[in-house]
Ligand binder design. Structure first.
Ligand code: ACO
Length: 428
C-alpha cells in the first residue's frame, strides 16, 4: 500500500501521498494541497522544498555522501576524467571508449566561436568582471545559434549539448585574455579539453610560451569533476527554472552563470582568497576573524564555510584539501595563505559556534589556493567553477525538458496593503 500523510488545516483533513526516492528519502507530495484546502506551503530559500525528482546526483548532507549517477565522487575524482564525467552526468552511463572518442571529436568539431563574438567582447571595459562577461557572451551565443533546440529529437539535443560544451571554455578563456588585453584564440584541436582550456588562457599572443604541466592539468581536471554537479543548488535551480519557460539551452546556462557568481554560491572561491589575504595583511590572527564571524552585529562571514545541505564534512572539500597539499608540493609553490587557511579551519572546527551550527569547510575553502598555485588570477576562479559546473547544468536542463516538467512558478503569501483607493497627486 502506498504511504500517505494526513494533514489537517482548519478542521479539514486530507491525505497527501509520500514519495520515497531510491535512497529512501521521503517527500510529501503537496500537488493537491491548494486545490483541496486553499492553503499553500511557505518555505523561504526552499530549505525543505524538493523542486523535482531527479536521477542525476545523490547527496546525503548528514553523512557527507556525494554521488553522480550512483558513482561516488571520491572514485570519479580518482579514476575518471572530466569529459567522461560530463558524459556520465548528461547521458546517465559511463561512456564506452567509442562513445567517448566520438563525444570528444564532436566537441572539437564545434569548438570554433563565431568571429562576430569578438566584437561583442570588445564592447566590455577592462574593468568588467569575467563572470559578467561570461554570462553575457553565453547569452550572445544565442544570436549566432538562433534556432531553438527541438527537445523531442535526441539528435538536435545532442548537437546543442556538444555545441555549448565546445564553445563555453573558449569564451571562458576569452574573458581572461580580454582582461589582459591579449589576442583571442580558438581551441587547439588536437589536445584534450582541459589542456586546451589552459592553453587558450595562458599562451602568449604568438601562441607560444605556455608549456602544459601534467600536475596542473590533472589538478584542474579533478577540480572540474568535483564541481560538475551538485543537484538543486542555486545556479542549477536557476537553469532549470529559466529552461522551464522553454527558453533555450544557452539562455538557461547564461542565467546559471549569473546565479553562480554571487559570493554565497560559486563566488565564494574568490571571496575566500580575498578573506585569507585580508587576514594575512592584518597580521594573521585567525581568532580575530573567528570572533568577527560569530558576531551577529558584524556582517563578516567565514567564506568557504557552511553549506545549505552538508551538516557534516563536504566530501569535495576533503579531496580538495588533500589535493592542495599535493599540488603545491609538486609545483614547488609555498603559499603562506595555505597555512592561514589550515589554522582558520582548525580553530573554527574546535569552536562551539561552528560545532553547534554544523559549519564545515565547503568545496570553495581550498579550491582557490590550488587555482592560485596554477597561476589562475583570483577573478577567474568562479569562471573555472562555471566550466566545471557546465555538464551538471546541461544534464539538469535535459532531464527537466525530457520529463516535460511544467513551468516553474512558485506562489507567495501576500503581506502588503489591502485594497485602497487611488489618490490624485495633489492629495498625497
Ligand atoms: N560564517 C559564520 N556563520 C555562519 C556561516 C559562516 N560562513 N554560515 C552560516 N553561518 C551561521 C548563520 O549565521 C546562522 O546562524 P544562526 O542560526 O545563529 O542565525 C547559521 O549558521 C545557519 O546559517 P544560514 O545562513 O541560515 O544557512 P544557509 O543554509 O541559509 O546558508 C550558506 C548556507 C549560504 C552557504 C552559508 O553557510 C554561507 O553564507 N557561507 C559562506 C559563503 C560560502 O562559503 N558559500 C559557498 C557555499 S558552497 C557553494 O555554493 C558552491
Amino acid at each position: 500500500m502506498s504511504k500517505v500523510a494526513t494533514v489537517e488545516i482548519e478542521g479539514k483533513k486530507i491525505d497527501l501521498p509520500l514519495v520515497v526516492g531510491t535512497e529512501n528519502e521521503i517527500a510529501l507530495d503537496i500537488t493537491k494541497l491548494r486545490g483541496e484546502t486553499g492553503a499553500i506551503t511557505l518555505d523561504p530559500g526552499y530549505k525543505n522544498t524538493g523542486s523535482c525528482e531527479s536521477a542525476i546526483t545523490f547527496l546525503d548532507g548528514e553523512k557527507g555522501i556525494l554521488r553522480y549517477r550512483g558513482y561516488s565522487i571520491e572514485e570519479l575524482a580518482e579514476k575518471a576524467d572530466f569529459l567522461e564525467v560530463a558524459y556520465l552526468l548528461i547521458f546517465g552511463e559511463l561512456p564506452t571508449e567509442t562513445q567517448l572518442q566520438k563525444f570528444n571529436t564532436d566537441i572539437l568539431d564545434q569548438s570554433i566561436v563565431n568571429e562576430d563574438m569578438k566584437t561583442v567582447l570588445k564592447g566590455f571595459p577592462e574593468s568588467a568582471h569575467p563572470m559578467g562577461v561570461l554570462s553575457s557572451l553565453t547569452s550572445a551565443l544565442t544570436a549566432f545559434n538562433p534556432k531553438s533546440v527541438n527537445v523531442d529529437s535526441e539528435e538536435d539535443m545532442y548537437k546543442a549539448i556538444v555545441k555549448i560544451l565546445a564553445k563555453f571554455p573558449v569564451l571562458a578563456a576569452w574573458t581572461l585574455r580580454k582582461k589582459n588585453n591579449q589576442n583571442l584564440f580558438n581551441k587547439d584541436t588536437n589536445i584534450g579539453y582541459v589542456e586546451s582550456l589552459l592553453k587558450m588562457m595562458f599562451q602568449d599572443d604568438n601562441k607560444k610560451n605556455y608549456k602544459l604541466n601534467k600536475t596542473v592539468v590533472n589538478a584542474l581536471d579533478k577540480l572540474l569533476i568535483l564541481h560538475a554537479d551538485h543537484e538543486q543548488n542555486c545556479s542549477t535551480s536557476t537553469v532549470r527554472i529559466v529552461g522551464s519557460s522553454h527558453a533555450g539551452l544557452f539562455a538557461s546556462i547564461s542565467a546559471g552563470v549569473s546565479a553562480l557568481w554571487g559570493p554565497l554560491h560559486g563566488g565564494a572561491n574568490q571571496a575566500v582568497i580575498e578573506m585569507l589575504e585580508e587576514i594575512k595583511a592584518d597580521g594573521g590572527d585567525t581568532s580575530k576573524f573567528i570572533a568577527k564571524a560569530k558576531d551577529k552585529d558584524d556582517p563578516f562571514r567565514l567564506m568557504g564555510f557552511g553549506h545549505r545541505v552538508y551538516k557534516n564534512f563536504d566530501p569535495r572539500a576533503k579531496i580538495i584539501k588533500k589535493a592542495a597539499d599535493e599540488v603545491l608540493g609538486q609545483l614547488g609553490v609555498e603559499d603562506p595563505i595555505l597555512e592561514i587557511a589550515k589554522g582558520l579551519e582548525k580553530a573554527a572546527l574546535e569552536d562551539q559556534y561552528f560545532i553547534d551550527r554544523k559549519l564545515y569547510p565547503n568545496v570553495d575553502f581550498y579550491s582557490g589556493i590550488i587555482y592560485r598555485a596554477m597561476g589562475i588570477p583570483t577573478e577567474m576562479f568562479t569562471v573555472m567553477f562555471a566550466v566545471g559546473r557546465l555538464p551538471g547544468w546541461i544534464a539538469q536542463w535535459r532531464e527537466m525538458r525530457l520529463r516535460k516538467e511544467p513551468i516553474g512558478r512558485p506562489r507567495q503569501v501576500y503581506i502588503g496593503e489591502t485594497h485602497r483607493k487611488f489618490k490624485d497627486i495633489a492629495n498625497r
